[in-house]
Every structure is written in structure tokens, then in C-alpha cells.
Design a protein around this ligand. Structure first.
Ligand SMILES: C[S@@+](CC[C@H](N)C(=O)[O-])C[C@H]1O[C@@H](n2cnc3c(N)ncnc32)[C@H](O)[C@@H]1O
Length: 231
């Protein structure tokens, strides 16, 4: 099994044992099922688990979290394990991945993590204080999917690489149109992971965010529907 760095033991405290079991699943069945590349095996603890666990630094106690595009549970499963106070829903559309996630939840007996097999944009009945994601889509597209899942005053927290600021600058207009009232970049895990994890935090206003405005054909369809209704 991949050897955990000392910082993992210190950082995770009482949750270290459970996280080690999750890493065992990542290093075995997640690789054999093609959810994680075999070359990632030696860096599971640093590039994946700790990189995601430190995101907990910007998530308030007992928050409801939706993780969009969880894949092998990154960052959602890691947050659910490292922070048992959170209630986490993993949204993942692919059957093989969502089945694997359910199997891990059962094996670890996690009562605060559930899986929803769906695309984020097709989820209409869930809202959370924080919507997380890593490596799923560019910020404007991702926010279009995530905004309807955020409670009024809540946040999207997306792990991004070194280009976070550039992506934020390029998409600012679209983000404002989607209801974002404040955007900032957080460095998480200073002294725990090197480099620290860069996260973009998008704060939504006090009114509930809606779906992305319809364009072209969608708008026309809606107009003619309205005409039929009023006629
Ligand atoms: C590159 S993987 C990243 C997985 C994981 N977040 C990580 O960092 O390792 C992207 C994941 O997003 C999922 N995905 C793609 N489109 C999605 C959508 N519209 N809604 C939710 N998940 C989506 C894919 O199935 C895939 O598991």
C-alpha cells in the first residue's frame, strides 16, 4: 500500500485509519476499474487525498456539501471522511464510478456520505451550503451547473490549479450573470501540502441562484409556450 506521509497522520488525527482504508480502495479497485491511473498510485496521499482534505479549511462546520463530478470521490469522499460533521452528496453520472463510490461508502460504513448518479445539471431537488468540485469543467460552465445547487448565500468551492486567477478573470461576467456576488482565491493546506491547494470560492447572493439563462432556441421555445398559455 502507498505509505502515508507523517503530515497525513497529523492532519487527519482520529480519521487517519478510515482514510487509510479509502486509500487502499483507491490503490486497488479504483485502479483496476480505471477510475484512477496506475501511475497515480504512489502519489495518492499527497496529490489526491491531502490535496482534497485541506479544502475542509474553507468549509464551515456541519455544512451540507454537494460534490459535482466526484469520480473516485475527490474531493467529496475525502471531505466526508476527514470531516464527519459534514453531510456530503457525491454527484457522479457514470454508472461504474457511482457503483464504486457506493461500494466504498458501504465498506467504510459512512453515514454522512451518499451518492447520486446524475449529471449536475439534471439534479433539481438538492441544495447545499457548499458545492465542491475538482477537474470537472471550466469555471463558467461549472458554475452554470452548480449555481442551481447552491442555497441562498452559499458558495461554490472549486479546486483549480495555478491558472485559477486567469480563469476567474476570463469568466467574471458570466459568473456575475449566474448570481455570484463575490469571488476569491484561497490557498489551503499551507505547510501540509506542497504546493498548497488553490481553490476558487464563488459566493452567491441572498436570493436563491437560478438556472443559467436560456439562449437562442430555448428562449424562443419558452416565449411561444408563454404565448400559448396566455392565448
Ligand atoms: C476528470 S474527472 C475528475 C474526477 C474527480 N473530481 C477528481 O478530481 O479526480 C471528471 C468527472 O466529472 C464527471 N462529470 C462530467 N460531466 C459531469 C456533469 N455534467 N455533472 C456531474 N459530473 C460530471 C465525470 O464523469 C468524471 O467522473
Amino acid at each position: 500500500m502507498p505509505v502515508a506521509p507523517e503530515s497525513a497522520r497529523e492532519y487527519l488525527g482520529s480519521q487517519f485509519g478510515l482514510m487509510s482504508r479509502y486509500v487502499e480502495h483507491l490503490a486497488t479497485s479504483a485502479i483496476s476499474h480505471g477510475l484512477i491511473g496506475p501511475r497515480e498510485r504512489e502519489s495518492l496521499w499527497t496529490r489526491h487525498v491531502l490535496n482534497c482534505a485541506v479544502l475542509g479549511e474553507v468549509i464551515e462546520p456541519a455544512a451540507d456539501v454537494i460534490d459535482v463530478g466526484s469520480g473516485a470521490g475527490l474531493p467529496g469522499m475525502v471531505l466526508g471522511i476527514s470531516r464527519p460533521d459534514l453531510h456530503v452528496t457525491l454527484v457522479e453520472p457514470l454508472l461504474r464510478r457511482s457503483n464504486w463510490l457506493s461500494m466504498v461508502i458501504e465498506d467504510l460504513a459512512l453515514t454522512n456520505v451518499t451518492v447520486r448518479r446524475d449529471r449536475a445539471e439534471d439534479v433539481h431537488d438538492l441544495r447545499a451550503d457548499v458545492v465542491t468540485s475538482r477537474a470537472v469543467a471550466r469555471l463558467d460552465r461549472l458554475t452554470g451547473w452548480c449555481a442551481p445547487l447552491v442555497r441562498a448565500g452559499g458558495r461554490v468551492v472549486a479546486i483549480k490549479g495555478a491558472t485559477a486567477q486567469e480563469e476567474l478573470d476570463e469568466t467574471r461576467e458570466e459568473l456575475v450573470a449566474l448570481g455570484v456576488v463575490d469571488a476569491r482565491i484561497a490557498q489551503c493546506g499551507i505547510g501540509v501540502v506542497d504546493p498548497p491547494t488553490t481553490a476558487v470560492e464563488l459566493v452567491f447572493g441572498s436570493t436563491t441562484p437560478g438556472r443559467a439563462p436560456k439562449t437562442g432556441a430555448g428562449r424562443k421555445k419558452q416565449k411561444s409556450k408563454n404565448r400559448r398559455r396566455s392565448g
